[in-house]
Design a protein around this ligand. Structure first.
Ligand code: TRP
Ligand code: SF4
Length: 404
């Protein structure tokens, strides 16, 4: 696994256990996870420590929500055979890396993360002037770096957290990637590539370092990717040597943004628990029906004969997600001419949402009946996660001068 190429590396993402998941989570995040799980090595975890940063005063709900959230993931189609599912606090290596990274993280970096001030403003009823809350993005960085992840599927609001993760990785590698005798080791590794490749590597490295030739960098990287005769450690050394840095111990990850449009809520705002406008993945079919039936429509349609404008109606947002072109034309035409009523207009949406949620609810029911099986999935996932995290921590400790 070449660390220089993020697309080859594993995928890591987490979610705070804040209660039952809804269609917004499903469309915005979970579908993305489901798509990735078969093509990449995926680790998905419940960020229970992150939940404590904001909910330290009422922690009782966190524990209950952990298992429930994993049930929602499984119900949404995450397969325990394909992805590893675990709980953050079951892998204490996240905390150790967080601590060690805190030594090299300038306070200003954390204070400048936009979510820091935003969330404090938004959650004004809580006291978030805590050390833990300031460190939220650093803990998140540790979550990702401890697995040397290449990609982190997240929503738009999390991009700043991935950015700081990259900066911290870079700083770490800069400070600690210089193992004793780094240059000699790099030179020895070059020699192992064979005469022709060694010459090519040297020439392109020089062109990049002296003239900033990006093409040369790309060629040299490709050359390294293709090497069969050198060890993974030597390869990482040579990637670092190429760019003038030391050995890359913690590679930089990339954000993988969800393409799906934001899921609107029942009132047309973004779907979110705090707005009370959600459809939960495990809602009873009657509840779903009722929520959609009572959903507001264009206020201009007071009476059945009043024409309306779909652009002013939250139901139309649902049609954009769930309906095909024919149905959409029918809505546009029928609404503007008052040929159809809102009850009629909602029916295809109701049918589509019911169809989407039926298999999810059925799977959830199965897992609810067998919570022991869910606990086992989590235990296995946590073990697998720890195996990787332990290896990273050995390297990190060694690099930071801590004895084994
Ligand atoms: N901060 C993320 C959120 O609120 C949750 C999270 C914690 C996370 N650690 C992570 C996401 C690591 C991706 C990777 O959604
Ligand atoms: Fe909204 Fe449909 Fe009613 Fe028009 S007909 S206002 S789009 S629910």
């Amino acid at each position: 696994m070449a660390l220089s190429d993020p697309s080859n590396r594993r995928i890591v993402s987490g979610m705070r256990p804040t209660g039952r998941l809804h269609l917004g989570h499903y469309r915005g995040v979970l579908k993305n996870w489901v798509d990735l799980q078969h093509s990449k090595e995926c680790f998905f975890f419940v960020a229970d420590w992150h939940a404590l940063t904001t909910h330290y005063e009422d922690p009782s709900s966190i524990g209950e929500n952990v298992l429930d959230m994993v049930i929602d993931w499984l119900a949404a189609g995450i397969s325990p055979g394909a992805a590893r599912l675990f709980v953050q606090s079951h892998v204490p290596e996240h905390a150790e890396l967080h601590l060690l990274l805190s030594m090299i993280t300038p306070l200003g970096w954390l204070e400048r993360v936009p979510t820091y001030k935003d969330q404090q403003e938004k959650l004004r009823e809580r006291d978030l002037a805590t050390y833990g809350f300031l460190g939220y993005p650093l803990l998140q960085s540790a979550d990702v770096l401890v697995y040397k992840a290449g990609g982190v599927p997240v929503g738009e609001d999390q991009v700043a957290h991935i950015e700081i993760t990259r900066e911290i990785a870079r700083r770490f590698n800069h400070l600690y990637g210089r193992e004793p005798g780094f240059e000699e080791k790099a030179e020895q590794a070059i020699a192992k590539m064979g005469k022709k490749d060694a010459k090519l590597y040297r020439r392109h490295r020089k062109a990049y370092l002296e003239k900033g030739d990006q093409d040369a960098l790309a060629v040299a990287k490709a050359l390294l990717e293709g090497q069969q005769n050198i060890s993974v450690g030597d390869k990482e050394r040579l990637f670092g040597y190429l760019e003038g840095s030391g050995k890359i111990i913690l590679p930089e990850p990339q954000a993988i943004l969800t393409e799906a449009a934001k899921m609107p809520g029942l009132d047309g705002q973004k779907m979110s628990k705090s707005y009370g406008n959600t459809i939960e993945l495990r809602d009873h079919p009657d509840t779903i029906e009722k929520k959609l039936r009572t959903m507001p429509t264009d206020p201009a349609r007071v009476r059945r004969n009043d024409p309306g404008d779909p652009e002013k109606c939250p139901v139309w947002q649902f049609h954009l997600i769930y309906s095909d072109q024919t149905t959409r034309n029918w809505v546009q035409q029928g609404c503007r001419s008052a040929e159809i009523g809102c009850v009629e207009c909602k029916q295809p949406v109701i049918d589509a949402v019911q169809a989407e949620l039926k298999p999810i609810r059925e799977r959830a029911t199965e897992y609810e009946k067998d919570r022991g099986a869910v606990e086992e999935i989590i235990d296995e996932g946590s073990e697998a996660a720890r195996d990787i995290a332990r290896d990273t921590m050995e390297e990190v400790r060694r690099a930071m001068g801590l004895a084994d």
